[in-house]
Design a protein. Structure first.
Length: 397
């Protein structure tokens, strides 16, 4: 009873933390539709939040995977900031050096490198490559170097006291003049090995040098950064242009998600699954791929909750409203019932068919009628945050 009173009191204090930008764009969505469907599938995740809040220790790991809507981290970055403001900032989470792969990445991550590097993705050059959850893989020659700097955005802090390197075929060794590691711990599994370093004080950058084993190239799957605070660690990873068809080419994504100790996995695919001529679209095929993705995740992370987000409305080749979206959305809602996963229906929330035109006129979507502006992605992050908070709070009503 005491614990329930404590949590309920905390929830009352969080109720005032609502969407920031949404009030400026209230004409572009129906707030009554901003709900998590099948929210009962998130109850163990919510219980984990309760335990961390009550004990004031521990981490809550959220892994958000998807396509280009996620890779730039505007949508997921806003959700990270909002959740960490409510439940504690446990660390920046997963980071991949997209710049080495000649692609765009989050604006708060700066990467420089020296030496010879090679890059691969699930979109091409993926045959035989052990690609992880980011959808990318980079390889380094012996003595190649990488410097990663985390820059704070707004009020959020990104300094860290612990970091993990997901790697195989050797090790990335910290340069000693950059910081003073207390412990270097090897961990993971044969499927997803990693090294974890605990630091003597907080840092905002790392400088690593590759030590290649047996004249092979050193494979880098990404990093994870944490601090010593209790709270949310939000790992976001996306691949431009990807669909579930592409993502399932990754042979290691479920192993890496498991290595991140995910409590909640948010799955944001569907735009590229439906971006086809109507005559070529197969709704049941896409549904089967989503089901396979869910099953692969559950095999390695059976205790983790899963939240699907339906794809946003968009046009095909800027001329045709995409009728495939309606069928894919319906299939995803049925799948959520069948597989007992939660779902956030962004397509319905933003207005359904042709609503992307209104968002574009309002400055929330780009002229390609697929992607969103920074304000549009920020709004999506605000709305998903509010839907999660409403589902979390509703247990006490």
């Amino acid at each position: 009873m005491i614990r329930k009173i404590f949590i309920t009191g905390l929830i009352l204090s969080l109720c005032s933390i609502h969407t920031g930008n949404s009030k400026n764009y209230a004409n572009y969505y129906d707030l009554q539709l901003n709900v998590i469907k099948k929210a009962d599938a998130l109850q163990e995740f919510f219980a984990k939040i309760d335990r961390v809040l009550y004990a004031k220790s521990g981490k809550i790991n959220i892994v958000h995977i998807g396509d280009s809507h996620i890779q730039a981290d505007y949508f997921s970055g806003q959700l990270r900031r909002k959740l960490q403001a409510s439940f504690g900032n446990g660390g920046r989470g997963f980071v991949f050096p997209y710049q080495i792969a000649k692609s765009n990445g989050p604006v708060d991550i700066k990467v420089s490198h020296k030496g010879d590097w090679w890059s691969y993705s699930i979109m091409k050059d993926y045959e035989g490559m052990p690609i992880g959850a980011s959808g990318y893989l980079v390889e380094a020659s012996d003595s190649a170097e990488i410097l990663i700097k985390l820059s704070p955005l707004r009020e959020a802090t990104t300094s860290f006291k612990k970091f993990t390197v997901f790697q195989s075929g050797g090790r990335f060794v910290p340069e000693q003049d950059n910081f003073h590691p207390l412990v270097s711990a090897l961990g993971g599994s044969e499927q997803m090995p990693y090294s974890t370093y605990l630091l003597s004080d907080y840092q905002d950058s790392i400088h690593l040098r590759a030590q290649v084993a047996d004249s092979q190239r050193l494979k880098l799957h990404g990093f994870s950064f944490e601090n010593t605070n209790a709270g949310i660690v939000y790992h976001a990873m996306g691949t431009n242009g990807s669909s579930t068809l592409h993502y399932l080419r990754s042979t290691k994504f479920e192993n890496q998600i498991a290595a991140l100790d995910a409590d909640l996995i948010i799955v944001s695919f569907g735009t590229n699954d439906s971006y086809l001529p109507y005559s070529r679209f197969c709704s049941s095929c896409a549904t089967d791929r989503f089901r396979t993705l869910i099953n692969r995740i559950r095999k390695q992370s059976p205790e983790a909750a899963i939240l699907l987000t339906t794809p946003a409305d968009h046009f095909y080749r800027r001329r045709y409203d995409n009728r495939n979206l309606w069928y894919l959305r319906k299939s995803m809602l049925r799948l959520a019932e069948q597989e007992n996963v939660a779902v956030w229906d962004l397509y319905e929330l933003m207005g359904g068919q042709r609503s992307i035109l209104d968002w574009q006129k309002g400055g929330l979507a780009r002229k390609d009628l697929i992607h969103f502006s920074k304000e549009g992605y920020t709004l999506q992050g605000d709305l998903l945050y509010q839907a999660i908070m409403d589902a979390y709070e509703s247990r006490f009503n």
